[in-house]
Design a protein. Sequence first.
Length: 283
Amino acid sequence: MAHVAEYKREIVKDFRKLMKEYPIVAAVNLENMPSPQLQKMRKQLQGKVVIRMTKRRLMKFAIDAMKDDKKGIEQLEKHLGGMPALLFTKENPFTLFKIIKKSKSKAPAKPGQIAPRDIEVKAGPTSFAPGPIISELAAVGLKAGVDAGKVTIKQDAIIVHEGEKISDKVASMLLRLGIEPMEIGLDVVAVYEDGIIFDKKVLDVDEEQYIKDICQADQWAFNLAVEAGIFNMRTIEFMIGKASKEGKAVSVESGFMTKETTGDILAKAESQAASVKETANIQ
């Protein structure tokens, strides 16, 4: 940092100090974040996180200077997009992401904004009356027709992919459809912890779906163990019960009399005799 102004050196020094103090460093994007909402967010997160903003070049200087102390932290540099800032915390990365995500609010898309994720329009009825709107929907990639006197979108379609710029036409149509694909709030792009970079796709866990997936995996594992005849604390009671039922069924089917099967065998014989009697028309 030769020939760098002293105040810039102090900024880099402050960033390095924070990186040493806090084990977790996150790259956040403050683009489209209104100043009042940023101040509100700072108050909400006070005591949990520290947010610092400066020029991207100075952030990179600070990160590069920490490469020997924090292995792999230089990988955070490529996530400094938009209007970048660094967030410092001792919170678990997933907990941090969850707290910040809950504080976000929906907002309509503006022309020129970058889609934070794929923007999808679902099939279904709209409030539009038939007319030029059908060709306008087609212009943004939506197939539409008329059903019960109203324009209906015929199939789901992604009209803007993640990372693409939102055009005037698309922004206008999303507004007319009442779709608000943008979010106002801190945009956590990636989080560094102990040599690992977690990007937002990894951090953005759908907890309900995650629990469902675990329960389903547990059920599949249980079924597999039962079918494979693997005895353990979970399967032994079920497998013994299953074997007992199957053994009894074989015994009844073969007419092998035991204390447990006598009643079923006699009932089966009586039923068969009644069927023969009816078929033969025996009085």
